[in-house]
Design a protein around this ligand. Structure first.
Ligand code: HEC
Ligand code: HEC
Ligand code: HEC
Ligand code: HEC
Ligand code: HEC
Ligand code: HEC
Ligand code: HEC
Ligand code: HEC
Length: 433
């Protein structure tokens, strides 16, 4: 009869083996979480789980140096179509953004000039949108533009122009007031979407098409736009979250067909729209556009909103998108409601700006912007509350029309009126003294 091994010995040995194995594995594991991530990307690549068909010299070396970049890029549609690292990064010797690197002349910041070699239409549309030159003009006027870049920007139909037809482009008072200690981490970071580049091109596709996946699924989601379109002066992301559309996205979006080819999207792929669907996507027969102004009726960002040069045509384009999912009478009603909010806001903003203009004319306050408290208050009135109410009326955010919009606007108007009366009284008694 075989001798029985006592149970305690079996369990004891097993425990010892497990503990020793665990200790051994621990010494083999890389230290920081960061290293672990990089190694796993590298091993996914070398194990052949992901293959990069580019096969160029950059990728071969960078598989060791920056494996995550190579891995991310390998998963993109572009890598699968044979576009290589060098197609975006290698530039001509006369390109002032280039530098020598491992025997190549490269740029570490590919601009629309590189993308435009292959994506001619998208680049042309982007350059003629307010996402390009006008976004940077909003900070420094034309100060940073070459004559060619200025000429291109002046040709944009969606540009706001003064009464003489000349594009409105002055340096922004807040930009200069805050200065270079602040603006690189603030205004410039968002508005760099349209910064003029040293190679002659304008802007940065990469602000939306995050490197190196350049994923359509990603750029169609509202979080991408929400990098910049949020906060008290342009709360589009917050408004969208409040709308029925945003709720559909948040609750069912994980089942939508995000990777449908551009131009082929329909309600079957997404039963409710995201920012991209309404403003950019080809949807239900209408083509994709990077000219984000072509579906907008009014200049809503302005203190007092007027119609755009092609407003009527643009309105039909946007309503054509809605019509994939809503009836014409329904769409008309939504627009009528929103137009009437816009008119209401216009009247109140005009009232406040007339009060300020009167104070300046009568030398009660200086014309220098942001030199007096009432100048800040009048700015918040339209820049925060007026804009918010208008955006929310078109994009279905009732709380933003009401409690973040019209109500604080009325409160602010009252404050401006009372303060103006007080300032005038002080001014009169000061003059008598
Ligand atoms: C022999 C190896 C090798 C080759 C070949 C190589 N690189 Fe690099 N690259 C490096 C190393 C090393 C770094 C520095 C990485 C770091 O500091 O984290 C680097 C950094 C970079 C950077 C960022 C910093 C900078 O200098 O701008 C870019 C962009 C870049 N490489 C692109 C490329 C491209 C595009 C190619 C092909 C045309 C290429 N590399 C070929 C090794 C290489
Ligand atoms: C479709 C164009 C495109 C391709 C292809 C491409 N890149 Fe890039 N790359 C970019 C853009 C855009 C940036 C970011 C520029 C910026 O910051 O404005 C970038 C940045 C980089 C950087 C600097 C990143 C950092 O954070 O320091 C490195 C390194 C780099 N790329 C390497 C590669 C390598 C290696 C490949 C091939 C596997 C590759 N790129 C393929 C467009 C591309
Ligand atoms: C050498 C040519 C070339 C260059 C340079 C290039 N692309 Fe592409 N791009 C392509 C090709 C080819 C495709 C794949 C088209 C397809 O399969 O529908 C593509 C596809 C795309 C897509 C769609 C991805 C998808 O999933 O359908 C985006 C977005 C994109 N490119 C952005 C960029 C950006 C941004 C740059 C510059 C930083 C750039 N490309 C530079 C050739 C290029
Ligand atoms: C979070 C990103 C972000 C920051 C930071 C930011 N902006 Fe903007 N800005 C935007 C967006 C998005 C719009 C577009 C609003 C719209 O069209 O509804 C805009 C619109 C504007 C406009 C109106 C459009 C025009 O061309 O006249 C001006 C002016 C402006 N910004 C100036 C500034 C200045 C100056 C700063 C810094 C003091 C700044 N912005 C900081 C994102 C930003
Ligand atoms: C404001 C964000 C944004 C910027 C900036 C942007 N894109 Fe796009 N792009 C999108 C969106 C959203 C889509 C998806 C459209 C759709 O759903 O059909 C897209 C789609 C594309 C596609 C694939 C669809 C097509 O039209 O073939 C290409 C290629 C592309 N973009 C290239 C570029 C290039 C090149 C630039 C810079 C010159 C650029 N994009 C700048 C948001 C942007
Ligand atoms: C990196 C910041 C940034 C990102 C990301 C961004 N935008 Fe913008 N957007 C701006 C700025 C800045 C302006 C204002 C430009 C101006 O009028 O001066 C603007 C303006 C607009 C306008 C008004 C254009 C006009 O003609 O008045 C629309 C519509 C818009 N963006 C939609 C989008 C959508 C949709 C996305 C996402 C796919 C997006 N944006 C992503 C910064 C951004
Ligand atoms: C249901 C469609 C729809 C969705 C979804 C949507 N928008 Fe809009 N958006 C509109 C309409 C309609 C207007 C008003 C256009 C007009 O008549 O001028 C507008 C106005 C804007 C403006 C103001 C442009 C100006 O004149 O100042 C910006 C910026 C903008 N949207 C960005 C976004 C962003 C970012 C998102 C996602 C967070 C988004 N939109 C989601 C339909 C939509
Ligand atoms: C891809 C389809 C789709 C598109 C495009 C679309 N919507 Fe919607 N919309 C929906 C769905 C789905 C709902 C949720 C239906 C519900 O409230 O029961 C909705 C809800 C709404 C509501 C709220 C209805 C309510 O009873 O509260 C309004 C208002 C609205 N949409 C307006 C618009 C406007 C204006 C546009 C164009 C600028 C537009 N939609 C574009 C699908 C769409």
């Amino acid at each position: 009869m075989a001798r029985e091994i006592p149970k305690t010995v079996v369990v004891g040995t097993a425990v010892t083996v497990v503990v020793l194995l665990a200790l051994y594995l621990l010494t083999k594991l890389p230290s920081g979480g960061e290293t672990a991530k990089v190694q796993s990307a590298g091993s996914r690549l070398s194990s052949g789980q992901v293959s990069f068909t580019g096969g160029d010299k950059c990728a071969t070396c960078h598989q060791r140096v920056t494996p995550d970049i190579v891995y991310q890029y390998a998963t993109s549609t572009m890598a699968k179509s044979g576009v290589k690292c060098e197609d975006c990064h290698i530039v001509n010797k006369n390109n002032s953004m280039g530098h020598d690197h491992e025997g190549f002349f490269i740029t570490s910041e590919p601009t629309p000039k590189q993308c435009g070699k292959c994506h001619v239409r998208e680049t042309d549309e982007f350059e003629h949108s307010r996402h390009a030159g006008p976004a940077w003009m909003a900070l420094t006027g034309f100060d940073d533009f070459s004559p060619e870049q200025q000429k291109l920007t002046e040709s944009i139909p969606e540009l706001t122009r003064g009464p003489n037809g000349i594009p409105t482009a002055t340096r922004n008072a807040i930009f200069d007031m805050e200065g270079p200690n602040v603006t690189p981490a603030a205004c410039q970071s968002c508005h760099a979407i349209g910064k003029p580049n040293k190679d002659g091109s304008i802007g940065n596709c990469n602000k939306c098409h995050l490197r190196h996946e350049f994923s359509l699924a990603q750029v169609r989601k509202p979080e991408v736009c929400g990098q910049c379109h949020l906060g008290p002066d342009h709360p589009q992301e917050e408004i969208y979250k409040e709308s029925a559309h945003g709720v559909m996205y948040a609750t069912e979006g994980q089942n939508w067909n995000w990777n449908q080819k551009a131009g082929r999207l329909t309600t079957r792929d997404m039963p409710a729209p995201t920012c991209a669907t309404c403003h950019m996507s080809g949807f239900g027969g209408q083509g994709t556009t990077h000219e984000v102004g072509t579906r907008l009726t009014k200049f809503l960002f302005a203190a007092i909103s007027t119609d755009r040069p092609n407003g009527e045509q643009n309105r039909r384009a946007m309503q054509g998108i809605c019509a994939n999912c809503h009836s014409q009478p329904f769409i008309k009603k939504v627009y009528q409601r929103a137009d009437s909010v816009t008119s209401f806001v216009n009247v109140k903003v005009k009232e406040a700006s007339d009060i300020i203009a009167g104070l300046i004319k009568d030398k009660v306050i200086t014309s220098k912007p942001f030199a007096t408290q009432i100048s800040y208050d009048a700015f918040d009135l339209w820049h925060y509350y007026g804009r918010t109410a208008k955006f929310a009326a078109y994009m279905q955010g009732p709380d933003y029309v009401q409690w973040h919009g019209v109500y604080p606007l009325l409160r602010q108007l009252n404050k401006v009126k009372e303060d103006a009366a007080r300032l005038r009284a002080e001014h009169r008694s000061g003059a008598k003294r």
